[in-house]
Design a protein around this ligand. Structure first.
Ligand SMILES: [Zn+2]
Length: 247
């Protein structure tokens, strides 16, 4: 259930223990994917999870930290320190509204560090527990291994977007731009400019809807398992016994 569609009374009487927060970006994805791709996909995953677990979906965080694609029109880049504080406020407010386990489904690489900073602090300062996933690299890995390549607006993300809403994808503008990512952490504007020359990495021309459905189905199944595992871990006290923590 999407929180923004509920009345206050409905929200009050519902079980609010488990909620999902989709976090994305408004960012250039080649010429063929919508600017909201990084939010639309986590929103779709959230809806599938909520159907299965009957939980709440908080309104998504649309704007993200987008350094690498900043030079392209259509990218809105939010500074990390602003995003981290904003996310932390949402997490603390989720706790104040009765949520015990918050699942953050992130759709954009630049958000990973601000989300981690926010989650660490919110979990320290309140009693909320926060499960964070980067959907494209933490989930559905077996399905992902069947793709010929991965990348920003590439075969995997384009396939996923075709499965979410094909009307928003302009496959006639899809391109192939194979790049070699370094196997280590190298922070460099120079490198970013080369990698993201056309705001696309990998081969978007190989994307199709069936591959996207297959990937997102695996992502949803994997995330359900993680949520169940998190619930199990949270029910175990230091002594190894169980205490009252129903989710
Ligand atoms: Zn993306």
């Amino acid at each position: 259930m999407k929180v923004e569609t509920l009345t206050g009374y409905e929200f009050e009487i519902l079980n609010r223990n488990l909620a999902i927060l989709p976090v994305g970006s408004v960012e250039r994805h080649g010429n063929h994917l919508p600017l909201g791709t990084d939010t639309l996909i986590p929103e779709f995953i959230s809806e599938k999870i909520a159907e299965r677990l009957n939980c709440l979906i908080l309104p998504p965080v649309w704007y993200g930290s987008c350094k690498a694609m900043r030079n392209f029109l259509g990218t809105f880049d939010i500074p990390d320190e602003v995003l981290y504080k904003y996310l932390k406020c949402i997490m603390v407010e989720a706790h104040r509204n009765g949520m015990k386990l918050l699942v953050v489904i992130n759709g954009h690489g630049g958000n990973s560090v601000p989300i981690a900073m926010a989650a660490r602090e919110a979990a320290r300062e309140t009693d909320i527990s926060i499960l964070v996933v980067d959907w494209w690299k933490d989930l559905g890995l077996e399905a992902l291994s069947k793709f010929t390549s991965t990348g920003h607006a590439g075969e995997d993300e384009t396939s996923a977007m075709l499965a979410v809403n094909g009307k928003l994808v302009k496959m006639d503008l899809a391109k192939s731009h194979p790049v070699q990512y370094p196997s280590f952490k190298l922070y460099s504007k120079r490198l970013d400019e080369r990698l993201y020359e056309i705001a696309l990495t990998g081969d978007a021309t190989k994307a199709d809807k069936e591959k996207g459905e297959y990937l997102l189905n695996a992502v949803v199944n994997d995330l359900i398992k993680l949520i169940e595992e998190a619930k199990r871990l949270l029910a175990i006290s230091k002594q190894g016994g169980f205490y009252e923590y129903k989710l």
